[in-house]
Structures are given as C-alpha cells and as structure tokens.
Design a protein around this ligand. Structure first.
Ligand code: PLP
Length: 499
C-alpha cells in the first residue's frame, strides 16, 4: 500500500515515509492510494478480538510496510492494560434504545486525542527507524489545550524523541494549563507564549520550516516531525474505534451483521469524522455520518450548500476544541470525492487561502450529500442537553458530546431516521467542569478553582473524578516559562540543548 498527496498525485510514498514526514512537501496531505475493503467474515472475526487485536487487524491493512512484530509492539504498547481506565479502551454504552455513546476519553488525558496520540509515538519511532537513519525526532506542537497535553503524555520518555509544546498564555483553561505545566518526563518541555493560539501556531510553523533551524537540528542528528491531525499516523488509529463500536453493538446483540448504523461526531478539524468516512469506505455498514458543530458552523453550511466560507465571525464557546474555522482534514475528503483530482483540491485550497472561500462542483456536492448530514447548536442548547441527559438518563457528558447529542436529536426530528445510532463522546465532563456544573443546575459554577469545581460536580452527580485529573492537584509545576513570539526559536534551541 502506498500513499499519495492530495495536491500532487505523482507523489508515492510508503506509510512509514508518510508518517515521518507528516505533510507532503508541496503542502498536500498524505492519503492512501487505495482504500482497503473488508467483508462480513472480517467483521465476524474482528468482533471476537479485544481492542488491541482489532487495532492490529485494521492497522495491518494500511501499514503494509510494518512487520507483524512491529505492529504488535506498537498497538500492544499503546493500548496495554492500565493505560486506559476502561478495560475495553473505548467502550460502547447504551444511552437509550437505539442510541449508544462511544466513549473515547478513558485515556491518560481524558480526551479522545489519546486514542491516536498514545499510538502515534510508536508508529513514528518505528517509521523513523525505517526512513530517518536513527535521527532524533523533535515534535513541535502549538496547542489550544487538548492536543498539547495528549502529545506530552504520549511522547514522554519515548526514546529518540523530544516533544516541545507552546500554548497561548491566555488561551487555555486553568485545568488544561495545569495539566501541561505539571507534565512529567525527561524529554518534554512546555512554554507559554504571549499572544493567542494563532500567534503560537504561526510561530511554530515558521520554526518548523526555517532552513536555519533545520540545519542546526541536522548538525545534531535531529529532525522535526508533527503530531497534529494532518499526520496520517494520527488518523489511522481513529478508524479502529468505528470498527470496534460496530463489533460491540454486534456482541451486545443491538444489531444484526450487515445492518447499517448512523454515526454522529462532534467536529472541529474534521479528523475524527474523516476516520469514520474511511471506515465506511472500507465497507463498515454505516448509513449516514452526522457532522455536529457549535456556533462556529462553517461545516454545517458547507455540507448543506457546497460553499465553504471561513470569512465569518469566530465564536469562543463552551466546546472550545471545536472552535475552528479551517478544518484541515476536509482536504482529504475533497480529494476522494472528486475522483482523486489533485488539481481541483489545489484550486480549492488556493482560493480558501486567497479569498477565504471555495465552492465545490455538483458531483462532489452530491457525493457529500449522499453520505453526510450537518447540524449545529449554540451554548444554551448544549447546556440544556447536558442537564436533560443527566436528569432523565443519569448520564453525564461533556460539552462537545452534548453538541453531538443535540444535533442528533434535531436530525431525528427533522428526518425521522431512527437507524441505530452511535454518538462519539470526545472528552470527560470533568475537563470542562465550569460549564457542566452550570448545566446540571449548580449555583457554585463561579470562581476559577478547577479542583473545587470538580469536587462540586462529583458531589452533585456522584460520577467519579478521573484519576489523572484528580492527581494533578498534588503535582509540582515544572514549567512556568513565558516567552515572547520573537524569542521562540531560541527557546526551542535551549529546550534541545543545542543553542
Ligand atoms: C479535538 C477535539 C474535537 C474535534 O475533533 P476533530 O478531529 O478535530 O474534528 C472534539 N472534541 C474534543 C473534546 C476534542 O478534543
């Protein structure tokens, strides 16, 4: 199996090269040249395996340049007992008849990013052994919260890697900041920067592509790679849990073999839902993919009209991981739905960059309409859903998941499509305690002591506080550096000890 680029189909690389490089040199994203397909017998076999077995079976279809032993090492390490608080890793829990929740937040940082970022370090170091002749891999991350912590936790003490995280000083929640600044591990560094997330992201990109910095790294036998969701190594682990949830529904006798399900995903950068699209293309019986957004509803409009327009108001919401106007992974969908038309994709991305918008042609639009539904809701509706689910179903969910549930309920009302449905749940409610506390009707949701709020939420709901979040209270702060943007290059070199 080879991979090509969404912007240049003459590119042909192995999985290991795609994962080590992160992004293709002309700026396109790596995509599989052919999407592998599976049959019903495969699903029957898969349903008998545990999560590690399921992950290996799916990954082996995509990472054909990895040996059997390498795959065992990678998935065995990522999902081994004790790393996730649920023995099933990503359990499928029934909410009500016909609707189940796929809980993706039982990992060490309590957000769904762990599903991929626990595995990526193994995939990356194994890939680098094949392609980067023993170079030390330096992972640079600009984060608005969840990705930074998940990358730190995934890469901590992984041999031959360094992970450096920059976050906007005023742009992350108190809990997210604490999670990062108390991070353990000998190969990790964290630094706040003066500015917002876009400033952090722009500076990181500049450093990432600076020839001077790259040369300096090369002198010390180091190279940059990326841990954000444009890396194929982050996408492929996410395909696994859509197969896994289907197997769970089969084993729970909620569906018959071959029966189609709907899947609802709270969406930001379009990575999670794109993984569901790949699963569907591989033959997993999925009818509709429902793309749920918050007030930043650029994707809802796109799915309804074929018009993508990032020139619009940006809203800061209580589901911050979905506050995004440029969904990078959509580029991969455009590539597949346009019949792998690299020129078309390049044109779309160019006009997005130049004019802030693009429109797809009729055939791509029809392709999207056949598979996707879009919907969005605001913060009030999100909170109302959290309160209602807790009161009526005794199920406590976070703000991102509540967006998905709300959008699903609206979809059901509008279409009457009561196909068995799985809703992806992307974070523990304790990661967003202030909003969740308010939603379940507490008057204590003021002040900013994250730990007190977690405690109040626990007292009111009885839902256990995840151990990794509770443990932070007793951990020393290791990183308290605040840098200006123009100091970041020096900070990177200092962190690596090569200035
Ligand atoms: C990252 C994230 C999302 C969005 O996922 P995408 O793959 O970027 O669409 C949703 N919810 C939470 C909690 C997240 O951390």
């Amino acid at each position: 199996m080879f991979y090509t680029s969404t912007r240049d189909t003459s590119v042909k690389v192995t999985a290991a090269e795609a994962i080590t490089n992160g992004i293709s040199k002309e700026g396109g994203l790596y995509v599989p040249c052919e999407i592998p397909s599976v049959n019903r017998e495969f699903l029957v076999q898969l349903a008998q395996l545990d999560y590690i077995g399921r992950a290996k079976a799916i990954l082996s279809l995509y990472l054909t340049d990895f040996t059997d032993a390498e795959l065992d090492y990678c998935v065995g390490g990522a999902y081994k007992e004790g790393k996730f608080s649920s023995p099933e890793v990503a359990p499928t829990v029934e909410l009500e008849h016909g609707v189940s929740i796929l809980e993706l937040w039982h990992g060490p940082t309590c957000a769904f990013k762990d599903m991929a970022l626990q595995l990526l370090p193994y995939l990356l170091t194994t890939s680098a052994k094949k392609t980067a002749d023993g170079k030390q891999i330096v992972i640079l991350v600009a984060t608005s919260g969840d990705t930074g912590k998940a990358a730190l936790e995934g890469f901590k003490d992984v041999e031959n890697t360094n992970v450096l995280v920059f976050y906007p000083n005023d742009g992350v929640s108190a809990m997210q900041k604490l999670q990062m600044c108390t991070q353990e591990g000998a190969n990790v560094s964290v630094c706040a920067i003066q500015g917002n997330f876009d400033d952090a992201q722009t500076s990181v990109k500049e450093i990432f592509t600076s020839d001077a910095v790259k040369a300096k790294l090369a002198e010390h036998n180091m190279m940059f790679s990326s841990a954000n969701s444009i890396n194929w190594g982050r996408l492929v682990p996410q395909i696994v849990y859509y197969f896994s949830t289907y197997c769970d529904l089969l084993n729970q006798r909620k569906i018959e073999l071959g029966e189609k399900i709907n899947v609802v995903v709270p969406t930001g950068n379009f990575g999670n839902i794109l993984a569901a699209y790949y699963a569907r293309e591989m033959g997993l019986p999925i009818k509709k993919l429902v793309c749920a957004s918050n007030a930043n509803n650029v994707l809802t409009e796109f799915i309804e009209s074929g018009f993508y327009n990032k020139d619009r108001d940006f809203y800061t919401t209580i589901s911050p991981s979905m506050d995004i106007l440029v969904s990078s992974n959509l580029e991969r969908l455009l590539f597949h739905l346009s019949g792998e038309n690299d020129v078309f994709v390049k044109d779309c991305m160019q006009s997005l960059f130049k004019d802030g918008h693009y429109t797809v042609d009729k055939s791509v639009y029809e392709g999207i309409r056949g598979i996707f539904e879009g919907g969005y809701c605001d913060d009030d509706a999100t909170k109302a859903t959290i309160g209602k689910l807790f009161k009526e179903k005794n199920y406590l969910c976070d703000t991102h998941t509540a967006v998905a549930v709300t959008v699903y309920e609206n979809y059901l009302k509008k279409t009457g499509d009561d196909t068995i449905c799985v809703i992806a749940s992307t974070a523990s409610p304790y990661k967003f305690s202030p909003a969740v506390l308010e939603a379940v009707g507490s008057k204590d949701a003021v002040g900013d002591d994250g730990f007190e709020m977690m405690q109040s939420l626990h007292t009111i709901t009885g839902v256990p506080i995840p151990e990794p979040l509770a443990a932070i209270q007793n951990k020393p702060v290791r990183f308290d550096k605040l840098a200006q943007r123009n100091e970041m290059t020096d900070v990177v070199l200092d962190m690596l000890g090569i200035r």
